[in-house]
Design a protein around this ligand. Structure first.
Ligand code: F6R
Length: 612
């Protein structure tokens, strides 16, 4: 949700800012802009993507060794040239970039208008920079003090960077609820929403905490203080980010690369954590909380979107293996209810980005009620791992395609390990079964590799359904969340309406939609409710629906009924989501490509949803 980047040092800022914006474009891509300081404070911004900004700037003056840049996902005000960031203050001496939402902007704006301020955009951000300038002038304080006073007046979420014409060696940045990282170079500093734009210049970074303001002055050490005016010592960490992970590596899209990475990303999620021969499952990050998890009468899992689908798989796993009562909640609903959570409760928060605003707010609510919060996140150093009591990183590597793929299978892998570990501790699983499942899990990366062989077959299938108007996805048991995830993938990147349903629920309504025009994807692997799903397929066939079935290799019964068959290798029922999801990811990918959709940056979406 908006990417922000800043640079101050001895190099030319423009190429660093532009490269940074490309790296952050997954966070928002409806408009982009930069401000460069070279005597004058030059501001260039335009509707569209970073490449449009590059075109817009071409031929103009791009000198300057200090600057800020922004790629936007619109909240307040439509995506257009005027609402794009940066925004000038009234005097045009200051410029700001912002990720987040200032909730009380309307009342502040009203006040400023009364005092003669003019606004050129519809954004909440412009209100903030006018407020900062107003405070600076009227209270006659330094810029960082004016920022601090202003941030005490605003309600909402922000990561901001401010540049000042009067202070050519200074950038001021602050965060609350939206991420911000400072990179510390030899004689320069980098600021960004995440480490991706920084990694090629320095490995030394400081992740700002909420309500911290950093003064980044060339030639001096960074200074951090809180909005309540408490000095903080910067905590410098080493980045562990491989630059090749940020490139497409020969694939046409990040999404395709990330789908194909799953044999290794799942392996990475298990690395050092699973030893099937010795029967060891060890999740170092939660060791101190395992007993509490084992004792818990109930586990609540909170998440959004794809992570919520992984949570549903987690529910079945914990119930089956550890016999723990599990509830899965949309974080956005949980946070505004009055949920019954107490001190014995375990709450697991799942998030790829570790920045999802609703999930963060739900964590805070559960924490305030005394629950123990366990995180499952992908992005190291992000906000959610810092807000939880303990947790486990998925280690799937950077996921840049907006549609989540490898993060989902990594989350399911971690949930499987957790459920197995807790089951072993509680004694709810027989030793022979435990070993059987560990061995099956260990063989999953190879089976994912095998599953990826269906790519050509799916590309052909995608041609048949490129112009379908609707899709229905059906599954039962462990395959129900897979159906939901398949439908979500298709709608978000191809803009085809798709619904996921528990197969047996179809007859309670959605069956009315079925006719010869309706493709129905049924996940009909050979365990659990296989026979029942065959009956559901019959119901669709009787109404002339087109069946695309995901089946276990060698299947005979579904083959007789389905119009199209996609085979996945045999595995344990509870591990099927790790395989059956793959063809659905590929199906949505190929259909989207054939419809000429922007697969990695689908319309209206952004990767990291830092606003509610
Ligand atoms: C779907 C997708 C979103 C995210 C959701 C939660 O492909 O990417 O539905 O899953 O916004 O994001 P995280 O996992 O970062 O909390």
């Amino acid at each position: 949700m908006c990417g922000i980047v800043g640079y101050i040092g001895s190099k030319q800022a423009y190429p660093i800012l532009m490269k940074g914006l490309y790296r952050l474009e997954y966070r928002g891509y409806d408009s982009a802009g930069i401000a460069l300081l070279d005597g004058d404070l030059k501001l260039y911004k335009t509707k569209g993507k970073v490449t449009d900004l590059e075109g817009f700037v071409s031929g103009k003056s791009i000198e300057g060794t200090i600057g800020i840049g922004h790629t936007r996902w619109a909240t307040h005000g439509e995506p257009n040239n005027v609402n794009a960031h940066p925004h000038f203050s009234q005097s045009q001496n200051l410029a700001i970039i912002h990720n987040g939402i200032i909730e009380n902007y309307a009342s502040i704006k009203e006040e400023l208008i009364k005092r003669g301020y003019k606004f050129s955009s519809d954004t909440d951000t412009e209100v903030l920079i006018h407020l900062i300038e107003d405070i600076k002038n009227n209270e006659n304080v330094s810029l960082d003090e004016a920022v601090r006073i202003a941030l005490n007046q605003v309600v909402g979420a922000y990561a901001i960077v401010i540049i000042s014409k009067d202070e050519p060696n200074l950038l001021i940045a602050a965060r609350k609820g939206s991420p911000l990282v400072v990179g510390i170079g030899d004689d320069d500093y980098y600021l960004a929403s995440d480490a991706a734009p920084i990694a090629e210049y320095t490995q030394d970074v400081v992740y700002l905490n909420d309500e911290e303001i950093v003064s980044v002055r060339r030639g001096e050490e960074i200074k951090i203080r809180t909005v309540k005016n408490k000095n903080k010592t910067p905590y410098i960490q080493k980045l562990e980010l491989n630059l090749t992970e940020l490139e497409k590596g020969g694939f046409d899209h990040f999404m395709l690369k990330e789908i194909n990475e799953q044999p290794s990303s799942i392996l990475d999620s298990m690395r050092g954590r699973l030893n099937a021969k010795k029967g060891i499952v060890k999740l170092g990050g939660i060791i101190d909380y395992e007993q509490k998890m084992a004792n818990a009468k109930r586990i609540t899992i909170i998440a959004c979107g794809t992570s919520w689908h992984a949570a549903l798989v987690g529910e079945y796993l914990f119930e089956d293996l550890a016999r723990t009562h599990v509830e899965v909640e949309y974080a956005s609903e949980f946070r505004y209810r009055n949920p019954i959570i107490n001190e014995d409760d375990i709450v697991i928060a799942i998030s790829q980005s570790g920045e999802t605003a609703d999930t963060l707010a739900a964590i805070e609510l559960a924490k305030s009620k005394g629950a123990t919060i366990i995180g499952i996140c992908n992005v190291v150093g992000s906000s959610i791992p810092r807000a939880t009591h303990a947790g486990t990183y998925t280690h799937a590597g950077p996921e840049i395609g907006v549609a989540s793929t490898k993060a989902f299978t990594a989350q399911v892998t971690i949930l499987t390990l957790m459920a197995l570990r807790i089951a072993k501790m509680k004694g709810t699983i027989e030793t022979s079964r435990y070993f059987q499942l560990l061995n099956a899990l260990e063989s999953i990366p190879n089976k994912v590799k095998e599953t990826l062989d269906v790519d050509d077959q799916i590309r052909t299938l995608a041609r048949t359904f490129t112009y379908a108007r609707n899709f229905l996805y059906l599954g039962r048991g462990y395959n129900f969340p897979v159906a939901l995830e398949g439908a979500l993938k298709l709608k978000e990147i191809s803009y085809i309406h798709a619904e996921g349903y528990p197969a047996a629920e179809m007859k309670h309504g959605p069956i009315a939609l079925i006719d010869s025009e309706m493709p129905v994807v049924v996940i009909a692997t050979n365990k659990g409710t296989y026979e029942k799903v065959i009956s559901n397929i019959q119901e669709v066939k009787a109404r002339k629906g087109k069946i695309i079935a995901i089946v276990t290799k060698g299947d005979k019964d579904v083959k007789k009924l389905a119009d199209y068959i996609i085979e996945v290798p045999e595995t344990e029922e509870m591990l099927v989501p790790l395989l059956a999801t793959i063809p659905l990811q590929l199906l949505s990918y190929h259909i989207a490509v054939m419809r000429d959709c922007n697969v990695d940056q689908p319309r209206n979406l952004a990767k990291s949803v830092t606003v509610e």
